[in-house]
Design a protein around this ligand. Structure first.
Ligand SMILES: NC(=O)C1=CN([C@@H]2O[C@H](COP(=O)(O)OP(=O)(O)OC[C@H]3O[C@@H](n4cnc5c(N)ncnc54)[C@H](O)[C@@H]3O)[C@@H](O)[C@H]2O)C=CC1
Ligand SMILES: O=C([O-])CC(=O)C(=O)O
Length: 301
C-alpha cells in the first residue's frame, strides 16, 4: 500500500509544502499531491488515502470562528462532494473553520452521497493539544516531548476543554493555574489572530499540527497498533453527535473512542464540560441544517 495525501488547496500550495516537508521523516511511503484548478480535482483524488481540507477564509481580529461559516460552509461542502465522488474510502481531515460545523457538514454531504463512514471523518483539533502540551510544559518546566494533555469537546472558545487533570506525566495544578491555562488554551487561536492584526490566523503551527495528524493517520494505515490522537469525530461519549476526544486510530480509521479521559474529571472540568455542550450542539446543528436546506432548495428548483 502506498498512502497518498492530497490537500485541497486550489490556489496556494504553501501549506501543502509545509505538510510535505514535515512528513519527510515518515516511515510510510507518502506522496503529496497538489493541483491548480478544479478540473484536475478528480484525477488528483483518485486512489488517495488521506485528504486534508484547509481551504477557506481565516479570521480577522474581532471575529469568531463561527463568523467564517457563511463562506467556508459552501467551500467545505463542494470539496467533500469531490472526495465522495472520487475517493470515498479516504480518511478526511477537516481543518477549515468553524470545525464544530464543517465536520457535520462533511458528514451530511457524505451521507447524501451514500458513502459516509464515520470512522474516517476527522475534525483536526491537534493544534489544541499542541498548545496545551506547550503551555503546560512551560508552566511546569517539563520536557515538551514528555507532555500529553487530552483536549476534548470542540474547536472554538469554551468548547475547547483541556483535561489538565489527565495530563501525563501526572502533575498537579492550583485552581488559579487551571483557570489560567484553560483560558490560554481556549483563546490561543484568538491570541494569534489579534497578534497578526488582519494578516490571518495561525498558519505555521497549524501546518505542524496537520502534519502530526497526517503522520498519525499514515502510521495507522500502515498497521501501527499504537496510534492515539485527539480529534473531533462522530461520537457516543456524550449526548452530542460529534465530540472531540482521544481516539485509537487503525487501518479503518477510528478503532475506538477513549472514554477513560472523561471519567474521574475534576469539578472544574465537569462544569466546563456541561457548559460547552449547548454551544457545541448549536454549531453541530447549524452545519447539519445548512446541508439539509441546500438539498431542499435544490429539490425545489
Ligand atoms: N482547525 C484548526 O486548528 C485551524 C483551522 N484554521 C482554518 O483553516 C482555514 C484556512 O486558514 P489559512 O490557511 O490560514 O488561510 P489562508 O487564507 O492562508 O489559506 C486559505 C486557502 O484556501 C484557499 N481557498 C479559498 N477558497 C477556496 C475554494 N473554494 N476551494 C479551495 N480552496 C480555496 C485560498 O486560495 C487559500 O489558499 C481557515 O478556515 C482557518 O480558520 C486555521 C488554523 C487552525
Ligand atoms: O483561531 C483561528 O481562527 C484559527 C484556529 O482555529 C486556531 O488557531 O486554533
Amino acid at each position: 500500500m502506498s498512502p497518498l495525501v492530497s490537500e485541497l488547496h486550489l490556489y496556494d500550495i504553501a501549506n501543502v509544502k509545509g505538510v510535505a516537508a514535515d512528513l519527510s521523516h515518515c516511515n510510510t511511503p507518502s506522496q503529496v499531491l497538489d493541483f491548480t484548478g478544479p478540473s484536475e480535482l478528480a484525477n488528483c483524488l483518485k486512489g488517495v488515502d488521506v485528504v486534508v481540507i484547509p481551504a477557506g477564509v481565516p479570521r480577522k481580529p474581532g471575529m469568531t470562528r463561527d463568523d467564517l461559516f457563511n463562506i467556508n460552509a459552501s467551500i467545505v461542502k463542494s470539496l467533500v462532494e469531490a472526495v465522495a465522488d472520487n475517493c470515498p474510502e479516504a480518511f478526511i481531515h477537516i481543518i477549515s473553520n468553524p470545525v464544530n460545523s464543517t465536520v457535520p457538514i462533511a458528514a451530511e454531504v457524505l451521507k447524501q452521497k451514500g458513502v459516509y463512514n464515520p470512522k474516517k471523518l476527522f475534525g483536526v483539533t491537534t493544534l489544541d493539544v499542541v498548545r496545551a502540551n506547550t503551555f503546560v510544559a512551560q508552566k511546569k518546566n517539563l520536557n515538551l516531548i514528555d507532555v500529553d494533555v487530552p483536549v476534548v469537546g470542540g474547536h472554538a472558545g469554551i468548547t475547547i476543554l483541556p483535561l489538565l487533570s489527565k495530563t501525563r506525566p501526572s502533575v498537579t495544578f492550583t485552581d488559579e493555574e487551571t483557570e489560567q491555562l484553560t483560558k490560554r488554551i481556549q483563546n490561543a487561536g484568538t491570541e494569534v489572530v489579534e497578534a497578526k492584526a488582519g494578516a490571518g490566523s495561525a498558519t505555521l503551527s497549524m501546518a505542524y499540527a496537520a502534519a502530526r495528524f497526517v503522520e498519525s493517520s499514515l502510521r495507522a494505515l500502515a498497521g501501527d497498533p499504537d496510534v492515539y490522537e485527539c480529534t473531533f469525530v462522530q461520537s457516543e461519549l456524550t449526548e452530542l453527535p460529534f465530540f472531540a476526544s482521544r481516539v485509537k486510530l487503525g487501518k479503518n480509521g477510528v478503532e475506538s473512542i477513549i472514554s477513560a479521559d472523561l471519567e474521574g474529571v475534576t469539578e472544574y472540568e465537569a462544569k466546563a464540560l456541561e457548559a460547552l455542550k449547548s454551544e457545541l450542539k448549536v454549531s453541530i446543528e447549524k452545519g447539519i441544517e445548512f446541508v439539509h436546506k441546500q438539498q431542499t432548495a435544490a429539490a425545489s428548483v
